[in-house]
Design a protein around this ligand. Structure first.
Ligand SMILES: [Zn+2]
Length: 221
C-alpha cells in the first residue's frame, strides 16, 4: 500500500536553529539553516523524534518490552521476541537490520516566508552586535538572531510503500506518533519549545487510527 502524507509543523514558542553554534548535537538543535539562512527540519531529525514518541506509545499500550531500545544497534531488533523478530517501532521506523517502509522528507518553509525570516534575522543580528560591541559575544549573537525570527510553518512529505501483510499498523503508529509529538528536541530550557505537528487530509480518521493500532499490537501478541 502506497502512503503519502503531508505534515506541517507550527511552532508555538521560539526555536533555535542549529549549525551556528558548535558543540551541540542535532538532537538538541534539530532545526538547521540552508545556504541562504532559511530554516528547515531535516527528515532524519523528524524521524528520530517521531520514533521516540512511537516507543513511548507502544510501551504504554503493550508493555515495557514491546519496543526495543534505540539507538544502539546491540539493543535493537532483531532480538526482542514479544512481537516476533521486529518490534512495531522497528517495523515502522526501521532498525539497522531492516529499512523503514517510510521515507521522511525535510520540512521546509514556504520560500517567500523563509526569505522574510532570513532578512529579519540579519537585521536583528546587526543590531544586537552593535549593542554588545564585541565579537566575543558570538554565541549569544547567534541565539538572539534565531529566537527572534517569526514563527513560520514548515511542511514536508512522509511517504512509502507498506508491505500488504503489515496492513495499516505502521501507518497507524506513525499517525499516533505525529499526534503525540509536542516538543522538539531537548527540554523547554533549551528553547526549542512547543510545536503542533499536523497531517493534511489524514488517510485514517482518529477512531480508525486507534482501532488499527490496537488491533496491530494485540494480533501480534
Ligand atoms: Zn525494535
Amino acid at each position: 500500500m502506497h502512503v503519502s502524507i503531508q505534515v506541517t509543523a507550527r511552532f508555538e514558542t521560539p526555536f533555535h536553529i542549529g549549525g551556528g553554534v558548535t558543540g551541540e548535537s542535532a538532537t538538541i538543535k534539530p532545526l538547521l539553516k540552508d545556504g541562504l539562512g532559511r530554516p528547515y527540519l531535516p527528515g532524519s531529525a523528524l524521524k528520530g523524534v517521531l520514533r521516540h514518541e512511537a516507543e513511548r506509545v507502544v510501551r504504554a499500550l503493550a508493555g515495557e518490552n514491546a519496543a526495543c531500545r534505540a539507538p544502539r544497534a546491540e539493543t535493537m531488533c532483531p532480538q526482542r521476541p514479544r512481537f516476533g523478530e521486529f518490534c512495531p517501532v522497528c517495523r515502522t521506523f526501521g532498525s539497522p537490520a531492516r529499512p523503514s517502509p517510510f521515507h521522511f522528507g525535510d520540512l521546509r518553509a514556504d520560500v517567500a516566508d523563509a526569505e522574510t525570516v532570513a532578512s529579519t534575522a540579519l537585521r536583528y543580528g546587526v543590531g544586537v552586535s552593535r549593542y554588545r560591541g564585541a565579537a566575543a559575544e558570538n554565541l549569544l549573537y547567534v541565539t538572539e538572531i534565531v529566537s527572534t525570527a517569526p514563527m513560520i510553518p514548515l511542511s514536508g512529505i512522509i511517504e512509502g510503500d507498506v508491505p500488504e501483510e503489515e496492513g495499516n499498523g505502521p501507518l497507524a503508529l506513525l499517525l499516533v506518533a505525529i499526534n503525540a509529538l509536542q516538543m522538539l528536541g531537548g527540554g523547554r530550557s533549551r528553547g526549542l519549545g512547543w510545536l503542533n505537528l499536523e497531517v493534511t487530509a489524514p488517510p485514517l480518521t482518529p477512531a480508525q487510527t486507534r482501532e488499527e493500532l490496537r488491533r496491530w499490537l494485540s494480533i501480534n501478541d
